[in-house]
Design a protein around this ligand. Structure first.
Ligand code: ADP
Length: 191
């Protein structure tokens, strides 16, 4: 069965960094909804212009738009050994849609790995990242706070969804990049 992983965590938790490691180690396809939106914003596609109006405020892009985009990306990789879903699902509606979609391909999510980092550390990391990322949503404290609030209210409940399926694994997101990777590998290999 395909190794499909949901890599979960608040903004700044280190999902992107750890995804890089996972694709190399397990030969997976990395699908970051944030990256896909940013690529579309750069190209000024219709999707990019729409996404920007939400992202620049620290809001979520509407579920229907995000889900359709994600499905299209998955369908581009029929031979994949598995996917890392990074930044998706971010709402329970998205989680249900992902399960239903994978089921149509006789596939499913194997584990949800949740990187846990406390709020003050997140704020600090995002402010630092703003200096190098060029991301306007990292540069403004109010927008950062919005994203953290959206995470708490809309995204954190997605944990419960996977907990009910016994697929939820919490990973301590504080430490060196290697330490955190090793925790993640351990969790994948135990399951
Ligand atoms: P971070 O995890 O640092 O917030 P991402 O790159 O994952 O960054 O996402 C950036 C922005 O893109 C989010 O704040 C949100 O506006 C939008 N976005 C990304 N993924 C989703 C999603 N699954 N559903 C809705 N909006 C999303």
């Amino acid at each position: 069965m395909a190794l499909n992983i949901v890599l979960f965590g608040p903004p700044g938790a280190g999902k992107g960094t750890q995804s890089e490691r996972l694709i190399q180690k397990y030969g997976l396809i990395h699908l970051s909804t944030g990256d896909i939106f940013r690529a579309n914003m750069k190209e000024e596609t219709e999707l990019g212009i729409l996404a920007k109006s939400f992202i620049s405020k620290g809001h979520l892009v509407p579920d229907e738009v995000t889900i359709n985009m994600l499905k299209e990306e998955v369908l581009k990789h029929p031979e994949s050994k598995g996917f890392i879903f990074d930044g998706f699902p971010r709402t329970t509606v998205q989680a249900v849609a992902l399960d239903e979609f994978l089921a149509t391909m006789n596939s499913s999510i194997k584990v949800m790995l949740a990187l846990e980092v406390e709020e003050n550390e997140l704020r600090e990391r995002l402010m630092k990242r703003a200096l190098v990322s060029g991301r306007s949503d990292d540069a403004d404290e109010k927008i950062i706070q919005n994203r953290i609030n959206v995470y708490k209210n809309e995204t954190a409940p997605v944990k419960t969804f996977y907990e009910k399926q016994s697929k939820f694994i919490s990973i301590d997101g504080i430490g060196t990049i290697d330490e955190i990777s090793n925790r993640i590998y351990g969790a994948i290999e135990k399951n």
